[in-house]
Design a protein around this ligand. Structure first.
Ligand code: AMP
Ligand code: ZN
Ligand code: FE
Ligand code: FE
Length: 286
């Protein structure tokens, strides 16, 4: 039996284009056994996703994606956090406030570049959620400034591009600690996005493991087979659980749910399934 899963997805609770319920329905249609909703800096979509999962027979894990400062930034996924944990809620709120502070600065940069865009144009895309660069990219497409979201990143919004503004971020250690203190498990997302050699990456992951990192997203659509195998090797040597995530943000925006499964499904160890079961059971007993 194929137990297809995807532990990295985004909904309209952050910068995805499908509501949590639509996303879970998409996962159900594709025959997924389990998924995690991992919106940026919020768990607000999880309850809706769970209700849809219960209805449609898909295991839905609670998740979140945090950004941390590291040579630019890296991302930490958190699974099974207690959403009523006061300190964690404060931590998430602070991250979202930083997003709110950054957006007017990016809009000002664009205006300096001669792009006629207003905050309301972005608000139309965020619909009340904390703003991210994809919302701004969508606003630029809607205004006809760019032909696609990717073009908006390539011309203006990617790191090193003229409208990019950084925001204040926690350290990786702080991000991992915040997840653990709220009863969650921390996983390093898309290691391919960290510009380090495999040897340097192995040393970094070992250091994070000593700080309480629990897993590594070894299987990610942008990983080559060889890179994924190397990440699996790092997991074995450091005792981390390898996970698979697509980073799907909705139709028309990159990859669909469970992207990467065809290539990586056969490489996923039993341990990964066992931990998904354990996370799902933990939820049912709560
Ligand atoms: P933010 O959290 O506001 O910094 O935006 C991060 C999101 O923007 C990521 O989750 C991606 O969806 C998207 N993103 C970041 N860099 C790029 C890029 N170079 N090209 C396309 N999308 C990107
Ligand atoms: Zn995103
Ligand atoms: Fe990410
Ligand atoms: Fe993501």
């Amino acid at each position: 039996m194929s137990r297809r899963f995807d532990l990295h997805t985004h909904s309209t609770a952050s910068d995805g284009t499908q509501t949590p319920a639509q996303l879970v329905a998409d996962c159900a249609t594709r025959g997924l056994w389990a998924m995690a909703l991992t919106d940026h800096d919020t768990v607000d979509g999880v309850e809706e996703a769970r209700q849809a999962g219960d209805r449609l027979g898909v295991i839905v894990l609670s998740g979140v994606e945090l950004s941390a400062a590291f040579a630019g930034e890296l991302h930490i996924l958190g699974y099974g956090v207690d959403s009523s944990d006061e300190a964690f809620c404060v931590f998430l709120r602070r991250q979202r406030e930083e997003r709110e502070l950054r957006m007017p600065r990016m809009i000002a940069r664009l205006r300096d570049l001669g792009v006629n865009i207003a905050r309301e144009d972005v608000d139309r895309e965020t619909r009340g959620e904390a703003p991210g660069r994809p919302h701004l990219a969508r606003a630029l497409v809607r205004l006809g400034v760019c032909g696609s979201e990717q073009e908006a990143f390539d011309r203006f919004l990617a790191r090193e591009k003229p409208a990019y503004v950084s925001r204040s971020l926690p350290s990786t250690r702080e991000a991992i600690s915040a997840i653990r203190a709220a009863g969650g498990r921390a996983v390093l997302a898309h290691p391919v996005c960290i510009s380090l050699s495999q040897q340097e990456l192995a040393a970094l992951v070992a250091e994070f493991a000593r700080c309480g990192l629990w897993g590594l997203e070894a299987f990610y659509p942008e990983h080559s087979d060889a890179f994924a195998r190397a990440m699996l090797g790092i997991c074995r040597r450091t005792g981390l659980v390898p996970t698979l995530g697509s980073d799907c943000h909705g139709p028309g925006r990159g990859v669909p749910p469970a992207a990467g499964w065809e290539r990586f499904g056969s490489m996923i160890p039993q341990e990964t399934y066992d931990t998904i079961e354990a996370l799902a059971t933990h939820r049912r007993s709560n």
